[in-house]
Design a binder for this molecule. Sequence first.
Ligand code: NAD
Length: 459
Amino acid sequence: MSDSIHIAVVGSGYVGLVAAVCFAEMGHSVVCVDNDQQKVSALQDGESLIHEKHLPELLQRYRNARVRFTTDLSAATREAQAIFIAVGTPQSETGDADLSYVEAVASEIARSITTYKVIAEKSTVPVYTNEWIRRVMERNGVSREMFDVVSNPEFLREGTAVSDFLHPDRIVVGTDSDRAADIMSRIYEPLTTGRYYAKAGAIDGACNHDTPPPLLRTSTKSAEIIKHASNAFLALKISFINAVSNLCEAADADVEQVAQGMGLDSRIGPRFLRPGIGYGGSCFPKDVAAFRSVAEQLGVNFALLTEVENINADQKRRFLNKVRSALWTLRGKKLGVLGLAFKGGTDDIRDSPAIELVRMLIEEGCSIRAFDPAAMPRAEQILPPSPEIQYASDPYDASNDVDALLILTDWAEFARLDLQRLSAAMRFPIILDGRNLYDPELMLENEITYFSVGRPTRH
Ligand code: NAD
């Protein structure tokens, strides 16, 4: 039986907020800190701010009880046994991670420490960050016995963040301190013993495992590298299948069949072998760039990562060319767009390939009629309604009188549209599917000219 640990989570974004409510769900007492007063007030009122399944119900259940929200990091530090840093680590102009938010939090923690704390890096950070945090603490006069820095990378995916957090494939704890490792084990004990999964009303995982997740203890530096290497590897898998899809197009073969044949090999596996318009989001692009930059700084040749990025950038240009070859010229064309989020299930548009393509198409003189089930409010902030872009009320409205319809995000609901209704709404029945959501045969039966990625086009 585990005890409840007092936890502070700093940052209330996709990772911090999810971690905070999930730690509460695991029985801990949590204070979630953000320096954005508006966000904190909204969270105190029970507004979940991001689109994630299960988040509203957990927030409702625990807010102002087992999870409190505040801007006061000093008070939160004093109360907590473990402090999880979950602030942003965006890409800087040079490609490496901008760690200024992490540094600011570390300095503030240093000024408030009165008893021993575990300081856990939840944010994705480059190797050696733990040593910098330690240095910041020591420079601020905190003695070495008063804290340990642990790397505890987060592997959740937006869209299934809550269930991923509670059903991880593994929990990585990088630390050289047994004292810190013991506190981290106690925090994750409800998951590693399976106790949480036996609880009535436990939240299901997107992929359920037969056995509880292992807690892998490593050195701090290894844990930091595990996160960057994992994301870089997943990005590599996507770029690899995208390069294969280009080859399939040239050879008139079908990449879906190729991916299926490859994925049945248990050494390869079927996941992340989905061709499309390239990876995006707030993690893969910046993490690949940061990992490349780490390699450069350490004098290691990792040119493979540059190629992963090149293929990814090229994939968007190739799709733009596909639209051009379907429509001949682009200037003055009216296009329906389904999907603005970087992937289905989220409202996050950071580094979204869909948004980038929309911008490229507008640049080419097209006008856009876009629909996304969750991301439109965020999209409207960066692309306000104008003669170039209008927002639609549903996929059929987005198709109204357009020269072609583009599918740019893999929302599940875009895979089961009424094709006859779509076709009737469009000026010409042409669909360009950047996510391969449909069987080309079905499109043929519905007399729709259908272009997808890495598959022969028949019309
Ligand atoms: P986010 O931008 O959604 O949230 C970061 C939050 O930190 C914001 O609410 C911001 O106001 C707050 N913040 C910034 N400086 C602060 C300070 N000094 N004090 C208190 N709060 C502060 O970011 P995110 O998507 O949650 O990502 C956080 C980290 O987790 C990043 O390093 C990211 O790479 C990593 N990560 C993200 C995901 C994901 O899917 N989003 C998955 C795994 C890991």
